[in-house]
Design a protein around this ligand. Structure first.
Ligand code: DHB
Ligand code: FE
Length: 280
């Protein structure tokens, strides 16, 4: 059977991809940020996941404001990436696993989560930047992927509680797949940031650290916030935290924190990294 080997929460800031492309990772601005990823890369090297389920939000590449599903999932044999305006280089396509995707879709639908199913799907920086951060040798992705988009762009957004529940069902869906896969679940985005409007540049470090602590053992506390409260506390793009809540839900009851890091600011964002393992 498929087994979830762990979950990773990480920011997906486009500037990270630019820094990697320009080989600036050792520069003072970036050094501590990139160093924090080494233990996670080592863990991935040991655990060797075969599939990555990547929870992220599309920012206007595959979906636009005219058509924006709350939850969408890829069921394609491969996923191409493209830059929606940040200047990011295009990386090698990502291999999919359509049979696994359809199993997840069936299981989620049976539990009343009806997703938009995508047999073609372009993936943007929300997906690509974390993949590149975790597997920097970007021309030989060692995992098959299942992209899952959760809307944080066009209001109304799914509530944090809905996302935690979605994750719980997703976890059962993954672990009821008959193939012998080791699955890592990524939740990408956040933490606090606001890219435009009167509070542009807003970051809330105490709230980010609170979220990184609570998501480990008390994700219910975060599920109790409304989207409006998250916008107030973490900025207009702060609700990307719901991607982390899906990841956390998928891990189920008890987890162990293996790594955690927070850097502020990275570009416009309070940048978080968290590696969780299911408790034995
Ligand atoms: C930034 C952060 C994001 O999550 C994003 O999608 C785009 C930009 C930033 O901090 O610049
Ligand atoms: Fe984003």
């Amino acid at each position: 059977m498929a087994r979830i080997v762990g979950g990773i929460g990480t920011s997906h800031i486009p500037a990270i991809g630019i820094a990697m492309a320009k080989q600036q990772c050792a520069e003072p601005y970036w050094r501590d940020f990139f160093q924090a990823y080494w233990p996670v890369r080592r863990w991935l090297n040991e655990v060797r996941p075969t599939v990555a389920v990547v929870i992220y939000n599309d920012h206007g590449l595959n979906f636009f404001l005219d058509k924006m599903p709350a939850f969408a999932i890829g069921a394609a044999a491969n996923y191409r990436n493209a830059d929606e305006g940040w200047g990011l280089p295009t990386l090698a396509p990502f291999q999919g696993d359509p049979a696994f995707s359809w199993h997840v879709i069936e299981a989620l639908a049976a539990a009343d989560f009806d997703l938009t199913t995508c047999q073609e799907m372009l993936v943007d920086h929300g997906f690509v930047v974390p993949m590149q951060l975790l597997w920097p040798d970007a021309n030989s992705w060692p995992v098959r992927t299942i992209p899952i988009h959760v809307n944080t762009v066009q209001h109304p957004l799914p509530s944090p509680r809905r996302c935690l529940s979605f994750g719980e069902v997703l976890g059962h869906a993954i672990e009821s797949w008959a193939a012998n896969e080791r699955v890592v679940v990524l939740g990408t985005g956040g933490l606090s940031h606001q890219l435009d409007g009167r509070r542009a540049g807003f970051i809330n470090k105490p709230f980010d650290l609170f979220c990184m602590e609570k998501i480990v053992d008390e994700p219910e506390i975060l599920a109790g916030y409304t989207i409006r409260e998250l916008v107030r506390l973490a900025g207009t793009q702060g609700p990307e935290l719901i991607q982390w809540l899906v990841m956390r839900g998928a891990l189920g009851g008890g987890v162990r924190k293996l790594e955690g890091n927070y850097q502020v600011p990275i570009s416009n964002t309070g940048s978080g990294l968290l590696l969780l393992e299911k408790a034995a």
